[in-house]
Design a protein around this ligand. Structure first.
Ligand code: HSE
Length: 311
C-alpha cells in the first residue's frame, strides 16, 4: 500500500518582529531568507517529523514547534489525518529573525493547503502560536502573523486574537545583521521590566500609530521617525555587541530606522531602496568585522505574500 498521497514543498520565510516601537504587536516578512519544508498527508493518522536538516532540533512531535502547531490544527479539524513533516532549516535558532515561527507557520500553512484550506489565516496564526509558546514560553504572534499573512502585520488584540495586515510600500528594503551568538527569546524576555511609565507609553503608542500611518500613506520619513523604541531597546541592546555602533553606521548611511530584530541578537535597518540598503550592509559589516565575531548579513525586500509553495 502506498502511504503518501499528497505532498508539497513550501518556503517558510524569516520575519522581523517588534519593528522597534511595536513589541509583540508589529512584524514584517522577509523575502530572501527562510526555511524549506516538505509536508505530506499520509494514511497513518498522527503527526510525524521524519527529517530535520540544518539544525539540531527534536524529532519528537510534542517537542517540536511545527509538531505542536500542526497538532493544534488537527485537533480543530476533528477528523483523522496523518501528516509527515520534513524541515530544512536555513534560519538559525535564537537568531531573532523568527526561526521557530517559520517552522510552525510553514507547517500549519502547508497542512491547511493540503486539506483544501478549511481554516482562515487568523486561525492559522492561532495554531502557529502554539509553536511559539513551546519555543519561548510565550504565545506571541508578531513573527507567525507576518510569515502567514505576508507584508507588515499588526496584532491589534491577543484576547480575542485580532491580526491585521498592513500596507507594504514597494521601496522598503531590510538589511539584517545576525551576529553568531545565540540569544534565547525566553532569556531576552526575562530582562524586560514588567512596568512602563505613562510617559514611555505615550511615546511608544505615538510611534506605533505613526509607523502604521506611514506605511499606509507610503510616507518614508514618517516611517523613519516612528522606528523608535523607548521601552524595550534600552533594556535588550546591552545583550548585543556593538549595537550602538551598528545603529549609528546604518543611520549615517541613510537608513530610515534601525533596531533589534525580534528578541535579538539580529539587528535590522530599514531603508528606502536597494542602493541605500546595500550601503547600510557595507557599513555595518565594517563595524562587525572589527569584533572578531562571526556574522551573517541579509538584504531583503519585504515579502508581501508570506509562505509559498516551491518546486
Ligand atoms: N516579540 C517577541 C519578543 C519576538 O521580542 O520577545 C521574538 O522574536
Amino acid at each position: 500500500m502506498q502511504s503518501q498521497t499528497k505532498s508539497i514543498r513550501v518556503f517558510a520565510p524569516a520575519t522581523v518582529a517588534n519593528l522597534s516601537c511595536g513589541f509583540d504587536v508589529l512584524g514584517c516578512c522577509l523575502d530572501t531568507v527562510g526555511d524549506e519544508m516538505v509536508i505530506s498527508i499520509t494514511s497513518e493518522p498522527g503527526v510525524r517529523i521524519t527529517k530535520i536538516e540544518g539544525a539540531d532540533l527534536p524529532l519528537e512531535t510534542r517537542k517540536n514547534v511545527a509538531g505542536v502547531a500542526v497538532e493544534a490544527l488537527l485537533e480543530a479539524y476533528e477528523s483523522e489525518v496523518g501528516i509527515e513533516i520534513e524541515i530544512y532549516k536555513n534560519i538559525k535558532a535564537g537568531s531573532g529573525i523568527g526561526s521557530s515561527a517559520a517552522s510552525s507557520a510553514g507547517a500549519v500553512w502547508a497542512v491547511n493547503h493540503l486539506l483544501d484550506n478549511p481554516f482562515s489565516p487568523q486561525k492559522l496564526v492561532e495554531f502557529a502560536m502554539e509553536g511559539e509558546k513551546l519555543a519561548s514560553g510565550n504565545a506571541h504572534a508578531d513573527n507567525v502573523a507576518p510569515a502567514l499573512l505576508g507584508g507588515f502585520t499588526l496584532v491589534r488584540s491577543y484576547a480575542p486574537l485580532d491580526v491585521i495586515k498592513l500596507h507594504t510600500p514597494e521601496d522598503l528594503v531590510m538589511t539584517v545583521i545576525h551576529p553568531q551568538i545565540e540569544v534565547k527569546t525566553s532569556d531576552a524576555r526575562s530582562v524586560i521590566k514588567q512596568k512602563v511609565t505613562l510617559q514611555q507609553a505615550i511615546h511608544q503608542w505615538g510611534n506605533v500609530g505613526g509607523l502604521i500611518s506611514g506605511l499606509f500613506t507610503e510616507n518614508y520619513d514618517l516611517i523613519g521617525r516612528s522606528l523608535e523604541d523607548v521601552i524595550i531597546e534600552p533594556m535588550r541592546s546591552i545583550l548585543i555587541p556593538e549595537f550602538k555602533n551598528v545603529k549609528k553606521a546604518a543611520m549615517d548611511k541613510g537608513a530610515l530606522g534601525c533596531g533589534i530584530s525580534g528578541s535579538g541578537p539580529s539587528i535590522f535597518a530599514l531603508s528606502k531602496g536597494m542602493e541605500t540598503a546595500k550601503l547600510v550592509a557595507t557599513a555595518i559589516r565594517e563595524v562587525y568585522s572589527k569584533t572578531g565575531l562571526d556574522f551573517d548579513i541579509h538584504i531583503s525586500k519585504i515579502n508581501s505574500k508570506g509562505i509559498k509553495i516551491i518546486e
